[in-house]
Design a protein around this ligand. Structure first.
Ligand code: SF4
Ligand code: SF4
Length: 300
């Protein structure tokens, strides 16, 4: 296929077999996430740590936490059963760039046995600048950054604190640091030719209008896709942590914002906000067939 009209051919070449980026590929290629990143270095007001990172996943579901060795075993067991497996992502349940040792070890173990699998990770970007050189070595060609604001004032309504350089920061200072590190992540990834998708969570009354500006800036900085996701408030799970009573956008509000951003970084509309341990084709989740108790001790 020639790819979407608004995507450069060299980018399409890289993403056409990626189920999360190509509308077509997601019918034929499978992806899986492994939940090896339990901790997070920031607090989003819409997050409850008991569940998956809402930045890439449907909040309100608990994933099976794995260590790198278990995760690698699981990936290989899945690859043996699901021949269409083409992508392995680390997307939580916390932040994949924070406890870098675990993320790196998992990818290194998998890469040794499955050198053709595409590796990707999603992160809030705070810790990422410290690891961009590793990314190239590790053969990671896709990164998802969650960016909900480019104005730290807006950030103060979304992020009560961050943990950075051994210290907790709050208020405007926290959002300023986060913003700077996110912009730095975008620049460093673009410099190294690593594909960047940006996710934004649309929070009505907080950043909904502001996301138009976010769209403009991330596009200028080279993100090839901007995925605007609705805040999913699930009060029965207590997932909305510091935004009690906050509603998510209606389908019409979401579509209106996505339409207004069209022509910005190519918007992605088919993201299913899969859980941090999702397995299978997009839109299906075979995770329950591959829980650790079902994965053999020895796999190759
Ligand atoms: Fe792809 Fe979105 Fe699912 Fe991640 S959460 S695997 S980007 S569809
Ligand atoms: Fe939760 Fe993800 Fe935000 Fe961390 S980055 S607080 S895990 S939603």
């Amino acid at each position: 296929s020639d790819g979407p009209s608004d995507m450069a051919p060299e980018i399409w070449e890289k993403v056409k077999d990626h189920p999360c980026y190509s509308e077509e590929a997601h019918h034929y290629f499978a992806r899986m996430h492994v939940a090896v990143a339990p901790a997070c270095n920031i607090q989003c007001n819409y997050c409850n740590r008991k569940y998956d990172c809402a930045n890439e996943s449907r909040p309100g579901v608990v994933s099976e936490r794995l260590d790198p060795e278990q995760a690698a075993r699981k990936v290989i067991a899945v690859a043996n059963e699901v021949p269409q497996l083409s992508v392995l992502g680390i997307a939580g349940p916390g932040d994949s760039a924070y406890d870098w040792r675990k993320t790196k070890e998992t990818f290194d173990l998998v890469y040794k046995q499955l050198p053709d699998i595409k590796l990707c990770l999603s992160t809030n970007g705070l810790a990422l600048p410290d690891h961009v050189d590793d990314l190239l070595e590790m053969n990671i060609d896709h990164v998802t950054l969650t960016i909900n604001m480019i104005d730290p004032e807006v950030g103060t309504k979304i992020y009560p604190w961050i943990f950075y350089q051994h210290k907790r920061h709050t208020g405007l200072e926290a959002s300023k640091i986060l913003h700077e590190r996110q912009m730095q992540s975008l620049d460093l990834l673009a410099e190294r030719g690593i594909l960047v998708k940006v996710n934004s969570v649309m929070i009505p009354g907080i950043n909904d209008k502001h996301l138009l500006e976010v769209n403009k800036v991330v596009k200028e900085k080279g993100a090839f896709l901007h995925n605007i996701m609705p805040l999913i408030s699930a009060p029965e799970h207590g997932t909305v942590f510091g935004l009690e009573g906050q509603r998510g956008p209606t389908a019409a509000e979401l579509k209106e914002l996505q339409d207004a951003c069209a022509g910005g970084a190519n918007l992605m509309r088919h993201c299913r906000q899969c859980r941090a341990d999702a397995v299978g084709l997009l839109g299906e989740d075979r995770g329950q067939e591959f829980t650790m108790d079902l994965v053999p001790e020895e796999v190759s």
